[in-house]
Design a protein around this ligand. Structure first.
Ligand code: SDX
Length: 428
């Protein structure tokens, strides 16, 4: 016997009963199938911010907010990132299974060969002022990919989905690195196909022209393996996250039949907000603004004050009402890197003080406000010499595979419809 939901409406003393199927899930909450609720009852459901609304069914990523659990295609995030590279995580998300050695090698080569940009596309960077935020240039650059590579509007088969996915995953780090290089007035450094995905990104960010990438004045290698592994882990932790705000935007743009590249650039724009992916940059700005351990109490008080719009960046989450599992991995990574990379101990001291107070304060406990992924990324990225204005671009590079995977799942789902929510009208 299928589970059912019965809704009894009691309006103007008239009782009316309606029955709805309950949709099964393999993990997490089931859902009441309300697709005919409006046509049955003439009423809308009201759920601002979609706190209890499933906009789709999906097989990609599972989050358990109570337990603080995150799974990509069923693999728990902590175990996955401890054993697999970002490229293996990309392959898993796109193909529902981890790659064999040979599949990984071919995938890697496919991406390396696609990491270059059309020569005409490079002109776009010069059109931006030096102080343009890299997220603005990145969004414009990804949108313009649709002009330079105008195929893939109506994708017919898996080969085209793969080509579109590989092109975006491979080119977005190059667009991001070029946006940064332009913002500091230095020549663009072309991708080097001899380098791995993550090392190549650091190379395009740091190398000197003519590839004479030497050791720095203090004898440090320009790019060391510890930095590559740390950044690769950060990309993996950001790869996908169920139906978050930017993924919802990507699916909405997919639902109108727009080009996949502009769906992803729409995701980039949505991610930029400080309530979402832009929080990682705001966390560092906030730690610098707080300035000392002595000031922490004052800002915690502001964060708790309902009349003060100040919020603790990197704290709280719509789904996690426990530690964000990605934050747990990053906290461990931060401790590991303390010895090997120059982590900013002053900022870490302030961050640790915030965390200690917030986790024992009634206001945060009652609201289940825990550190999220953005609370820890900034300190590690700073130690990787990634400039603050590039933090959200790093999030974009990691999340691109998730947006594309969700885009493809949407397009292949025969139940998909154009996104068109309704409203409760309060006007005249
Ligand atoms: C990401 O969705 C995803 O999966 C996103 C993400 C992903 O991988 O895609 O995980 C990435 O976006 C992480 C979140 C990064 N954002 C921040 O760190 C910004 C600071 N956090 C908040 O703005 C907030 O917590 C949100 C936006 C993340 C969540 O907001 P909700 O779920 O809508 O919660 P809410 O705003 O309704 O807050 C509930 C209560 C409120 O107090 P009351 O009205 O009940 O008294 O908690 C308070 C809020 O004022 N609150 C905070 C707070 N976050 C929530 N108070 C102080 N500081 C905070 N950070």
């Amino acid at each position: 016997m299928k589970d059912k939901a019965t809704i009894i409406l009691d309006i103007d003393n008239q009782k009316q009963e309606y029955n709805y199927d309950i949709l099964d899930s393999t993990r997490g909450p089931k859902a009441v199938d309300l697709r005919t609720f409006y046509s049955d009852t003439g009423l809308f459901t009201y759920d601002v911010g979609f706190t209890a609304t499933a906009a789709c069914s999906s097989r990609v990523t599972y989050i358990d907010g109570k337990k603080g659990e995150l799974r990509y295609r069923g693999y728990e995030i902590e175990k996955l990132v401890s054993k697999h590279s970002y490229l293996e995580v990309c392959f898993l998300l796109l193909n529902e299974k981890l790659p064999t050695k040979e599949q990984l090698m071919h995938f890697d080569i496919e991406l390396r060969h696609r990491s270059f940009l059309h020569e005409g596309l490079k002109n776009i960077f010069g059109a931006f002022p030096d102080n343009a935020h890299p997220m603005a240039t990145l969004s414009a650059g990804v949108t313009s990919l649709a002009s330079f590579y105008f195929d893939h509007l109506d994708i017919k088969d898996d080969i085209e989905y793969k080509e579109m996915a590989y092109r975006l995953i491979a080119k977005i780090p190059t667009v991001a690195a070029f946006a940064y290089r332009h913002s500091i007035g230095t020549p663009l450094i072309e991708p080097d196909i001899n380098l791995s995905f993550t090392e190549n990104f650091l190379f395009m960010m740091r190398a000197y022209p003519h590839n004479n990438l030497k050791v720095t004045a203090d004898g440090q290698e320009q790019i060391n393996p510890i930095e590559i592994k740390a950044l690769d882990t950060i990309f993996s932790l950001h790869a996908d996250h169920e139906q978050n705000a930017s993924t919802t935007v990507v699916r909405s743009v997919a639902s109108t039949g727009a080009h996949p590249y502009v769906a992803v650039s729409s995701g980039i724009n949505a991610l930029w907000g400080r309530a979402h992916g832009g929080a990682n940059e705001s966390v560092i700005a906030q730690l610098n603004m707080i300035g000392s351990v002595e000031n922490v109490e004052k800002y915690i008080k502001k964060a708790k004050d309902p009349n003060d719009e100040f919020r603790l960046m990197g704290f709280g989450h719509r789904v996690y009402k426990n530690f964000d599992p990605r934050a747990r991995v990053l906290k461990k990574l931060q401790d590991e890197l303390k010895q090997t990379l120059k982590l900013d101990s002053h900022l870490m001291e302030i961050a640790n003080k915030i965390e200690a107070i917030a986790l024992s304060d009634e206001y945060f406990i009652k609201r289940n406000l825990y550190p999220n992924i953005d609370f820890y990324t900034g300190i590690i990225l700073t130690a990787l010499r990634i400039p603050k204005q590039m933090f959200t671009a790093i999030f974009v590079i990691g999340r691109t595979v998730g947006w594309i995977t969700q885009y493809i799942e949407f397009k292949k789902d025969n139940q998909s419809k154009i996104a068109r929510p309704r409203q409760v009208y309060k006007g005249k």
